[in-house]
Design a protein around this ligand. Structure first.
Ligand code: ASP
Length: 410
């Protein structure tokens, strides 16, 4: 069976198991303990495995991406373009979320349940502390603690160090190449378990909460998805067309499988192998894709940013809090930062939502309300996240090619 057929059938399997998980959850409503005691642990094992492999995949693939660019200055130019694209589109994404949540009155008609609200979040660090915290004081602790921003800094230093070591670094190049392949293969094996994992994750949520948790929040889901779709259709179409001259139809056709997989797996890092294949088929060079994509899977989360904007407004509206323009601008800034700090694994966006709410003094208890439907919101935001990474890859690749051609003509 060819590679893409295999991936297609896995995506289909995951989608079916998601539906089956919901049905099983509905059937187990009166015996929720079965789902919680026996099925949920399987989902936890699956999530743990994804988290286990995320650090090696990100560390190695970004290091490998840098090494394959071969030139520190080139990494600088490509890195700068990538980060500017990522930050700009993420800020745009939060704005999209805020605008749609305001216009469509996402919280209107919702009645607060009152008694079942409880959520404890840890205090968010200040902006300066966040910046200082990106730089590790120990080589191994970022890996052990899975501090993804610190892992990126490590990868940058490793990559640069290996390039600068020249001939003497050749052994390291081979080691990184070989281990990257190994890490991606391990990721592939874990991804094969997605069908079981997805079933085991959704079933207890439905069994415990039932449709009761879903219906009042239907509007949040709708508004978030409107934001996701508009952002994908407008921002990525325009950027691939303008910056890379690629027809948006071609782009989305090429991306369809990776998008479908992101939807069913809700993990950007898990979708990395699909995204690497899709962007290269669309013409991006391997060395660009293997630098821009893993970086994006870790720091670029436009879908998460939209979701955070929508949830912030939802929580403000249901608690009857009017947010000033200044506060909404603060949300744009903090949600952009929060989405950078969100790891590309299922469910991490909801954790970073606390930081956004805290920045404007919104009640953290609101998170408990949206947490019940997080999987549904997560699936869509992950699609946006990985499509943004791919659009950036296509654009950065095209800009770099243009630059190279110009250099050769001189
Ligand atoms: N699940 C998302 C991702 O992997 C992150 C999030 O929870 O927002 O891209």
């Amino acid at each position: 069976m060819n590679q893409s057929k295999k991936k297609m059938s896995l995506t289909l399997k995951i989608t079916i198991s998601l539906v089956l998980g919901i049905i099983a959850g509905l059937l187990l409503q009166d015996h929720a303990y079965i789902a919680v005691d026996y099925i949920k642990p399987i989902g936890t094992i699956y999530l743990n495995l994804i988290k286990m492999i995320v650090v090696p995949v990100v560390l190695l693939s970004i290091t490998q991406g840098i090494i394959s660019l071969q030139d520190v200055r080139k990494v600088g130019t490509i890195g700068l373009r990538t980060v500017v694209y990522y930050l700009f589109t993420t800020a745009l994404a939060v704005t999209v979320g805020l605008v749609f949540a305001n216009v469509l009155q996402v919280g209107a008609g919702y009645v607060l349940p009152g008694d079942e609200l409880s959520y404890t979040a840890t205090e968010a660090p200040s902006f300066i502390d966040t910046i200082v915290g990106i730089f590790p004081s120990n080589f191994f602790s970022p890996l052990v603690e899975a501090n993804m921003l610190q892992v990126i800094v490590l990868s940058l230093f490793m990559g640069f160090g290996i390039i600068l070591a020249g001939e003497k670094g050749e052994m390291a190049v081979k080691v990184v190449d070989s281990f990257t392949e190994v890490a991606l293969k391990i990721m592939g094996m874990i991804i094969q378990l997605s069908a079981i994992g997805v079933f085991a994750l959704i079933c207890p949520v439905v069994a415990q909460n039932g449709p009761a948790v879903l219906l009042p929040l239907l509007k949040v889901i709708l508004v978030a998805y409107v934001g996701y779709i508009i952002h994908i259709a407008v921002v990525y179409s325009v950027s691939v067309k303008l910056l890379a001259g690629m027809s948006p139809v071609k782009f989305f056709k090429g991306m369809s499988q990776a998008m479908l997989f992101a939807f069913s797996s809700a993990s950007s890092v898990g979708t990395l192998p699909f995204n690497l294949e899709a962007t290269q088929k669309l013409g991006a060079r391997k060395e660009i894709a293997s630098f821009v994509l893993p970086l994006g899977a870790t720091i670029n989360m436009d879908g998460t940013a939209i979701y955070q904007g929508v949830c912030a407004i939802f929580i403000a509206q249901i608690f009857g809090i009017d947010l000033t323009l200044g506060q909404q601008i603060t949300i744009i800034l903090t949600a952009t930062l929060a989405s950078i700090g969100t790891a590309g694994v299922p469910g991490s966006g909801v954790i970073m939502l606390a930081m956004v709410l805290q920045s404007v003094g919104l009640p953290l208890e609101g998170i408990a309300l949206v947490a019940g439907i997080d999987r549904i919101l997560d699936m869509g935001r992950t699609v946006v996240n990985i499509t943004g990474d791919a659009a950036c890859t296509i654009c950065v690749d095209a800009l770099d090619l243009k630059h190279e051609r110009k250099k050769h003509m001189q």
